[in-house]
Design a protein around this ligand. Structure first.
Ligand SMILES: [Zn+2]
Length: 314
């Protein structure tokens, strides 16, 4: 395995990795899965991208966390991290069946007539309060595997509307793995077809991950999502750069502008700075206190006022 590939896995935000493993992270802490813990003894150091338990002294980085938690040897842990985050590792590409490029014809028909099962409707409309028109535009659909596990299926299209990848999200709360991608899926920048709708003077919001993108779209903005800065392929970087310098792009007067509400934490700010290198005119918007990401903010604007506010009778 190449050194830079390993570094990509080590650079994955460790709290995100923990969450994908099903750990509940809050204020950079969680219950330690390596001893019988009742007090959130495991803490994350975001600046060093490491974890450490102050009771049992389990510690390390992203790969160590996966190795210990899933009880996998080093290479398998790396592979799990790569698959979960849709990183293509050179060394693993030629493995017999996975050599196959993404076979869009196997998946296209699922998105022609999207169907949302009960779990998907609960997730999208009750929990996330998304606009039904957005869910239709994104052609979200759902299915159930042989074990009965419900999955939300998100298609990734390129700018020309060709299906290039599929993300499956496990709809069972806390289940692992949370995401699965069919072999060869290219889940880079999400919602690229929206670029064809941009007009001079428009605002384009850049979000992190599909969920924030759906919230942004539901709030009435045009938006694309990137997986995270460490996962941006060179091709994606080129695409963003081309947006910036296209006839309508950010560098020219009357062009469209780029906006972002970074997650309210250190990785969020780091991502903003990294993107700003590609899109120098990217505008920073601050989330209000108590909202860790745009989805939170969106929900806050959609939910009834807190208990302290006067409520209508009944
Ligand atoms: Zn521990």
């Amino acid at each position: 395995m190449e050194k830079y590939e390993l570094q990509k896995l080590r650079d994955l935000p460790i709290e995100g990795v923990a969450e994908r493993l099903g750990l509940r992270v809050s204020r950079h802490k969680c219950l330690c899965p390596f001893h019988d813990d009742h007090h959130a003894s495991l803490s994350f150091k975001v600046s060093k991208n490491t974890f450490r338990c102050f009771v049992c002294d389990a510690k390390g980085g992203t790969i160590d966390l996966v190795m210990r938690f899933l009880n996998k040897p080093f290479r398998e842990a790396c592979r799990w991290l790569a698959d979960e985050n849709c990183i293509i590792l050179d060394e693993w590409k030629p493995a017999a069946i996975e050599q196959k490029p993404f076979d869009a014809s196997r998946y296209e028909r699922f998105f022609e007539r999207p169907w949302l099962n009960e779990e998907a409707r609960r997730f999208l409309f009750d929990e996330r309060r998304l606009d039904a028109r957005v869910v239709r535009w994104c052609r979200l659909t759902s299915w159930r595997d042989r074990q009965g596990t419900p999955w939300l299926q998100t298609p990734y299209y390129d700018r020309e509307g060709r299906l290039v990848g599929v993300q499956n999200r496990n709809l069972v709360r806390g289940a692992t793995p949370r995401f699965r991608f069919p072999s060869g899926s290219q889940c880079g920048i999400y919602n690229l077809p929206v670029l064809n709708l941009l007009k001079p003077g428009d605002e384009l919001y850049i979000t992190e991950g599909c969920s924030d993108c759906w919230a942004m779209l539901s709030a009435g903005h045009k938006a694309i999502a990137i997986p995270s800065a460490t996962l941006l392929s060179q091709k994606d970087v080129e695409l963003l750069k081309s947006l910036n310098s296209s006839p309508y792009g950010g560098e020219l007067e009357g062009g469209f502008s780029f906006h972002m509400f970074p997650d309210r934490d250190e990785p969020g700010e780091r991502l903003f700075l990294q993107l700003q290198e590609v899109l120098p005119s990217l505008e920073h918007h601050q989330l209000p206190p108590g909202c860790k990401d745009f989805s939170d903010y969106y929900l806050m604007t959609r939910q009834p006022p807190a208990a302290s506010a006067p409520q209508p009778d009944g």
